[in-house]
Design a protein around this ligand. Structure first.
Ligand code: SF4
Length: 420
């Protein structure tokens, strides 16, 4: 089938789906969206076959709209709130939005204001920073991006091509780089006080580039990997020899991203998720858990790692079974080790995916709380004129949430700069 035919089929399906929308006066779907996309508006234009206007609504309201169309967990955000779900099925919002970003992204009507304000420094090149640059530029500022890596953050480096194809990501990144970044400097910022000599306002969107360590015996054995290392190898398309039985320790989205991707790449390998709590306590999106089950990922729930075993190279993981007791301070069931319940899971390699953290020692001048950058209600840190948002503040969330942080911070920066 050629592209035109495919486009026509997609178009017909999209219109039929858009016609199911009730155009609710209070649009609960929009409240479920972290960045409050005007969902009923874009669906209305789509239904009326005004595809370019529908796309422009999306583009104006989400700087990484094509990326979001691929990776946003709509089943726990906008779609779960959809009124239509109470009648039959929720509107397939992400599918509609995906259809528009697939076929109508020429951006020919883009019109930006003249530069009328000063340069603002943005430290980091991921979704929060790109979103902040996007909105600062639309307000007339000159966003200067400082990043010691390629611009793109986690979507560029760590989300597998199965979930986010390069050409989709490229659409968003090129659009932002070409239109919304005044200057890009490929360098690491060591001191914010130094940067303050040249900029009255700074936004920090550095994400969480460190990884939480697993403190058990044997973590330094050959065959133990950190999650990020594996995600980046997969993203670069490197062939990874992880043996026949691969254990992934963790129950969050990163652990499932790795497990699902490995299973898609190497169907005949046995992939295990090893998690200290139960299936209902998993921190990943339900869709990822369901995908893992469909792909044939195996699970050890209620298993706390005790020791990585093997001579020099990993041969297995000794775990202890747990019973889940009262809820802890996060409202989650606390795992308690069961005496004499240890057993060994034979494994060829182990990947530790138990969470991310700020890079060690980063910006000591900035106040931290619970290992994250602390900001006030205006997204400002303890240093006047220095703002922050995204994963480095919220502890890791969706790309849309990071984009929202960058957007709000841009307006807070505007308020601040026009007042001082
Ligand atoms: S809640 Fe559902 S039905 Fe209502 S406007 Fe949003 S998408 Fe349409």
């Amino acid at each position: 089938m050629n592209e035109k035919v495919l486009e026509k089929i997609a178009l017909e399906r999209a219109i039929i789906e858009a016609e199911r929308c009730l155009f609710c006066y209070d649009a609960p779907c929009e409240k479920g969206c972290s960045i409050n996309l005007p969902i009923s508006n874009f669906i209305y234009f789509l239904k009326n076959k005004n595809f370019h206007s529908a796309y422009e609504i999306l583009r104006e309201n989400h700087p990484l709209i094509s990326v979001a169309g691929c990776v946003c967990p709509e089943e726990v955000l906008c779609q779960i709130e959809c009124t239509r779900g109470k009648i039959d099925e929720p509107i397939k919002i992400r599918e509609l939005h995906n259809f528009l970003t697939e076929f109508f992204t020429d951006n020919k009507n883009l019109s930006l204001p003249e530069y009328k304000y000063e340069e603002v420094a943005i430290v980091g090149g991921g979704p929060a920073s790109l979103s902040c640059a996007f909105y600062l530029r639309t307000l007339g500022y000159k966003p200067v991006l400082f990043c010691n890596d390629e611009i793109g953050g986690i979507p560029l480096k760590e989300i597998s091509n199965f979930r986010l194809r390069d050409e989709i990501l490229k659409k968003d990144l090129d659009f932002i780089k070409e239109n919304f970044i005044f200057r890009y400097e490929n360098k690491k910022i060591e001191s914010l006080f130094e940067l303050q000599k040249d900029f009255k306002a700074i936004f920090i969107g550095i994400g969480l580039s460190g990884e939480i360590e697993l403190e058990i015996d044997g973590v330094d054995k050959e065959g133990v990997f950190k999650a990020r290392e594996i995600l980046r190898k997969i993203k670069r398309g490197e062939v990874i020899n992880l043996g026949e039985r691969i254990g992934i320790i963790g129950g969050g989205n990163v652990a499932f991203e790795i497990a699902n991707t490995l299973k898609m790449l190497y169907q005949d390998k046995e992939v295990f998720i090893i998690y200290r709590r139960g299936a209902s306590d998993l921190k990943c999106y339900p869709e990822e858990f369901e995908r893992a089950k469909r792909l044939g990922v195996n699970f050890y729930f209620g298993a706390i790692p005790n020791e990585i075993i093997g001579e020099n190279k990993v041969s297995g993981l000794k775990v202890c079974q747990v019973s889940l007791k009262e809820k802890d301070e996060d409202g989650r069931r606390k795992p308690m080790k069961i005496e004499n319940s240890e057993f060994i899971i034979p494994l060829d390699n182990i990947i530790i995916a138990i969470g991310q953290k700020l890079e060690d020692g980063i910006f000591p001048e900035i106040q931290k709380e619970n290992g994250l950058i602390k900001v006030n209600e205006n997204y400002m840190t303890n240093i006047k004129g220095v703002f922050a948002g995204g994963d480095c503040v919220n502890g890791g969330d969706t790309i849309t949430r990071a984009a929202k942080d960058g957007k709000i911070a841009a307006f807070k920066i505007h308020e601040y700069l026009r007042r001082i």
